[in-house]
Design a protein around this ligand. Sequence first.
Ligand code: AMP
Ligand code: MG
Length: 336
Amino acid sequence: MKTKILKINSQKIEPSKIKKAAAVIKKGGLVAFPTETVYGLGADAFNPQAVAKIFAVKKRPLNDPLIVHIAEKKDIFKVAKEVNKIAYRLIEKFWPGPLTLVLEKSSLLPEIVTTGLDTVGLRMPSHPVALSLIREAKTPLAAPSANLFGKPSPTTARHVWEDLKDKIDLILDAGKTEIGLESTILDLTRRPFSLLRLGGISLEELRKIIPEVKLCKGEKVVSPGMFRCHYSPRAKVMVVEEGKHQIEKVKELAHKFSRKGKKIGIMVKEEDKSKYEKFRIKVLGKGDDFATCAGNLFSLLREFDNEGVDLIIVEGIREKGLGRAIMERLRKAQGI
Ligand code: AMP
Ligand code: MG
């Protein structure tokens, strides 16, 4: 199969392009499309054969459930059975946006979407291209990130192309995604409500609505897809936590592994970029500008890989707001 790429302007969406993409979905094909978080790989959530193709092309394990995307609040009940009060408050505040809610699943939704679970992850993206596509396809889209399983999520159409070219029908290319990290996932089916994944909505923002929300850290992994080593580039990743002597520690590691003949890449904060003259560095962003850091993270991991780096040493950032989600991704890339 030859993958087509259609460039699309989010500010001035050409209906003919959306119609083409929706026709692919209606025929049971796969379309990669931009969301405000990362690029998604969409199929008609009510077509089990189409959904099966998502698992096949991504090489995604069959116990890693997919998130369902809708464009209208009223479509919640096509996919979920019950929506409690707290869900309504969160939806009111954060949708459309990067918050996925895990709810009881409707019996009409094919089992393959949720890999047999009786719950479903559901969200309404805010990206105008995503919303137009879902509306035109007239069906909720099952859509995980449009990358090969385990690779950093795609924040550009090029990343999708690198991973999935000629395995999917179409890529809608609307440029770099705004947030660059996946959605935050909150499980509302068990108490205490727990955060299964940190992402575009921070813990602090959620706590304003549900003060008792728990981070799953250290507990048994409840979300089947939360495998270690997710988001890994090919290169090994080592993170040096923020704090005293961070630069010295990074340099020490860089020297040690250079001496062993390894090709080293260093991901640094803007304010430290002049401290590493001899090394191959890439700038994540100012240490306190979490939005910029989030937007660059996955791209930089991929760039280092494309340059054949063996080891990426990363200057860690502060664990606050989006910074917490960034550090979570980096730890997973380290395999911790
Ligand atoms: P992705 O869309 O590739 O970023 O990944 C979707 C992730 O959402 C999965 O890996 C799971 O961790 C999580 N997820 C989706 N549906 C459920 C569910 N019903 N219960 C728990 N976690 C879910
Ligand atoms: Mg993914």
